[in-house]
Design a protein around this ligand. Structure first.
Ligand SMILES: NC(=O)C1=CN([C@@H]2O[C@H](COP(=O)(O)OP(=O)(O)OC[C@H]3O[C@@H](n4cnc5c(N)ncnc54)[C@H](OP(=O)(O)O)[C@@H]3O)[C@@H](O)[C@H]2O)C=CC1
Ligand SMILES: CC(=O)C(=O)O
Ligand SMILES: [Mg+2]
Length: 760
């Protein structure tokens, strides 16, 4: 956490942004089948002849399309690229990264399936026709980054033509979030919407919609001045006008933004980077509210605004400043609520319900996990006027408010009867694994560790080290040769990072003598003379990095991306006690399809006995708790509770007896097969089992079975694998695998920094 209660700014580079879109596959999403298509029977059901049955059912009763197809959870994100963020008209193709991004946000935040469709035309009639014809496919249409005034015509006409919600996000999504933020900002500055003087810059899609919504909430027409590239929109102006702008023209002497800003209480920017100067901000009324919402760069930065007006409440559209007023807080949840009532439209009442729900949520006590994720205490106030996008409450607070408003105003085809049940179902929609990864990174960010990256000769490691430091996670210390690190950073397009991260090696370390002494003291009775120890410390980066950690010249260590686990562990063992006898255990987290399991031992014990298996279970339970899971341990084998009989299975059953004697405080059971451990219907055959629910910690008989299982899940199912997490030792050391990506290395660094595996 930073001392000044503001988040650390994370910088991203051009190269990082391109790499994010390039890897692991071009683009940002895949489409995944929700049914298996494995057998001849599946084929007959999913396709011919079985598919004829739902076809006929839908032809007879069209509303059953919501039951038999993906329509009811499917939204089209449609653009022609004429107003891509604040970048202007860059065309349909160039808008695709933004539209794919919106599709991913729909999925990530509200479990709505969305697909991007870029239409290569600026002709409103062509767009209207294309979208109208797509109607049967989707439960809703999200128009995006289509410029004004064409967007108004397109949306209005499609609303008339289509029987599903048509929603231009830049208009109404932005207006809703702006309204939510403004309700709270005005509350904090002690002003009323009826009284405030509002200046809005940008008379396009977002601007017109924002002002309309605010007026419907009480803002007075005469108090609102709208500006565009030609200045103030006053009554009688003829240049650059259209009917939508005219509706907001006022009688005023002001002709420029600068003149309009004098004495204004509120500035709303949905125009372009840098459109507002410090002088303009300076001239505003007391306790001014400034929402500089242009993306990716605001009209004025919070630093610039605060420098001249410390009393200002400032928001931007970006995620790296406090108060992110961005439509990402709206569209996922508005559509979730609308889809769940099979809505015909998203109307004003639903939008206002969304704005009020967001405004109210920001005033509530913020759960610890959100505070941790943002690395600072979030409390309703000038730096927290609106919930943050990663707030896990949004999914079950906002859609019910939207759905209820839709039901009350008659747009629901299928009203929700059991609202409480609906709230529970929304909670269950969210993939807990995302929250777990977020938690790992949040805890690490809070620790602000000086992370030692031992393998500075590897470009992946260097990119991870740069991302660690630039991402505000802490300081990066790279072990490597200065010139080599510099060259490799340059080759990765990160040349300027060479000055930012520390590069340490035996040649430039001030502590080399100390390291030699420590290593010699440790190894002298293991057949090493002083010269051996000196050479080892100087030449082996795993040993050198471990010595740095041992002397407190770093707070955590990540290595293993370039050499096999077993080798790396034995080199670390030159400095630290990391053998099975010392209590070390490797636990791997496997994340897939919204589930997480922890598997052990994947690193240290080759062939564990019953006592070792009990240790592994205990360490697995410790890691589970560190991740916020209540541990349920299953000892796995090929048999269930004694049948078929085998020496190998018996040792797994004995492990439960060891835990009985130790009186541990977590659930465990065994031996059992993996399906009985994970599948409640299989588990039901053993009603005496002490596990209440599916296991989440799987203890396997030996390291080879652990390795086979993890790699099989990774290769066959595409599971995300984190680990092996080295646990049971006091030092925050984590060992990656040779196939690690930059993200995998960052995850391991975060685990080390958060001391997830460490024993107290
Ligand atoms: N934070 C958020 O959630 C959102 C932010 N936005 C941001 O709002 C901005 C506008 O988007 P959108 O409404 O879709 O685009 P449009 O193209 O529909 O409208 C742009 C408007 O801004 C005006 N404008 C452009 N540059 C200036 C300037 N320097 N000074 C004054 N007015 C200017 C244009 O004036 P004229 O009419 O004279 O051409 C036009 O009225 C973008 O930066 C976008 O990123 C948009 C949606 C959501
Ligand atoms: C956030 C958004 O939709 C925009 O800037 O266009
Ligand atoms: Mg947009």
């Amino acid at each position: 956490m930073s001392d000044d209660n503001t988040p650390r700014k994370s910088r991203i580079t051009r190269e990082e942004a391109l790499a994010y879109h390039l890897e692991p596959r071009p683009g940002k999403y895949d489409i995944v089948a929700s049914t298996p298509m494995a057998t001849q029977r599946d084929l007959s059901l999913a396709y011919s002849p079985g598919v004829a049955v739902p076809v006929e059912a839908i032809a007879e009763r069209p509303e059953t399309a919501y039951d038999y197809t993906v329509k009811g959870n499917m939204v089209a994100v449609i653009s022609n690229g004429t107003a891509i963020l604040g970048l202007g008209n860059l065309g349909a193709l160039a808008s695709k990264p933004v539209m794919e991004g919106k599709a991913v946000l729909f999925k990530r935040f509200a479990d709505v399936n969305a697909i991007d469709i870029e239409l290569d035309t600026e002709d409103p009639d062509e767009i209207i026709n294309a979208v109208r014809l797509m109607g049967p496919t989707f439960g809703g249409i999200n128009l995006e980054d289509i410029k004004a005034p064409e967007c108004f015509i397109i949306e209005q006409r499609l609303k008339e033509l289509m029987d599903i919600p048509v929603f231009h996000d830049d208009q109404h999504g932005t207006a809703v979030i702006c309204a939510a933020g403004l309700i709270n900002a005005l509350e904090l500055s002690g002003k009323k919407i009826e009284d405030v003087k509002i200046v809005l810059n940008g008379a396009g899609a977002a601007g017109i919609a924002c002002l309309e919504l605010l007026k419907s909430m009480g803002a007075r027409h005469a108090n609102c001045i709208m500006c565009d590239t030609k200045g103030v929109i006053y009554q009688g102006r003829s240049e650059g006008m259209n009917q939508w702008k005219s509706a907001h023209a006022v009688v005023t002497e002001a002709r420029t933004l600068e003149e309009a800003m004098k004495g204004a209480d509120v500035f709303l920017g949905v125009s372009a980077k840098g459109a507002v100067t410090q002088d303009m901000v300076q001239s505003m009324a007391e306790n001014p509210v400034i929402f500089a919402m242009a993306n990716p760069d605001p009209e004025i930065t919070p630093e610039e605004a605060h420098a001249v007006r410390p009393d200002a409440i400032v928001a931007t559209g970006r995620s790296d400043y406090p108060n992110q007023v961005n439509n990402v807080l709206g569209f996922p949840y508005l559509f979730r609520g609308a889809l769940d009532i099979h809505a015909r439209a998203i109307n004003d009442e639903m939008k206002i319900a969304c704005a009020r729900a967001l405004a109210e949520l920001a005033r509530e006590d913020v759960p610890d996990e959100v505070a941790v994720a943002y690395g600072r205490k979030l409390q309703f106030g000038r730096d927290y006027i609106i919930p943050t996008p990663f707030d896990p409450r949004l999914i079950h607070v906002v859609p019910p408010a939207v759905a209820k408003a839709g039901m009350d105003t008659g747009v629901a085809r299928r009203p929700i009867i059991d609202m409480e049940g609906y709230v529970q179902s929304l909670k269950a929609r969210m993939d807990p694994t995302a929250a777990i990864l977020q938690g790992i990174h949040a805890r690490a960010r809070q620790a602000q560790a000086r992370m030692i990256f031992a393998e500075g000769d590897d470009p992946r490691v260097l990119r991870a080290a740069v991302a660690w430091q630039r991402g505000g996670m802490g300081q990066s210390i790279v072990v490597g040769r200065e010139n080599d690190v510099k060259d490799k950073l340059e080759a990765a397009g990160l040349g300027d990072a060479a000055r930012e991260i520390s590069v340490v090696n035996a040649g430039n370390s001030r502590h080399l003598e100390q390291y030699h002494e420590t290593l010699y003291a440790r190894l002298q009775r293991k057949g090493y003379d002083r010269e051996d120890a000196v050479k080892l410390a100087n030449r082996d980066r795993h040993v050198f990095a471990s010595l740095m950690l041992a002397h407190g010249h770093g707070d955590g260590l990540v290595t293993g991306a370039t050499r096999k686990n077993a080798h790396v562990l034995s080199q670390i063992g030159m400095v630290f006690d990391v053998t099975p006898a010392d209590g070390a255990v490797g636990i791997t987290a496997v994340l897939h399809n919204g589930r997480i399991i922890l598997m052990g031992d994947t690193l240290v014990h080759e062939w564990p006995e019953a006592e070792d298996l009990a240790d592994i279970a205990t360490r697995g339970a410790h890691v589970a708790r560190g991740l916020g899971l209540e541990p349920k341990v299953a000892f796995l084998s090929f048999s269930n509770f004694g049948y078929p009989v085998s020496e190998r299975a018996v040792k797994m059953a004995h492990a439960t007896e060891v835990l009985d004697a130790r009186r541990v405080d977590f659930e465990y059971e065994g031996e059992m097969t993996v399906d009985v451990a994970l599948n409640p219907s299989q588990a039901a055959k053993y009603p005496f089992s002490r596990l209440k629910g599916p296991a989440n910690v799987l203890v396997v008989p030996a390291r080879h079975s652990a390795s086979i299982s993890v790699k099989l899940l990774q290769e066959m199912a595409g599971a995300t694998v984190i680990g092996p997490i080295l646990t049971g030792v006091p030092q925050p050391i984590q060992i990656c695998s040779t196939g690690s990506t930059v993200n995998d290395i960052l995850n391991m660094a975060a685990i080390a920094a958060g001391r997830l595996g460490q024993v107290k």
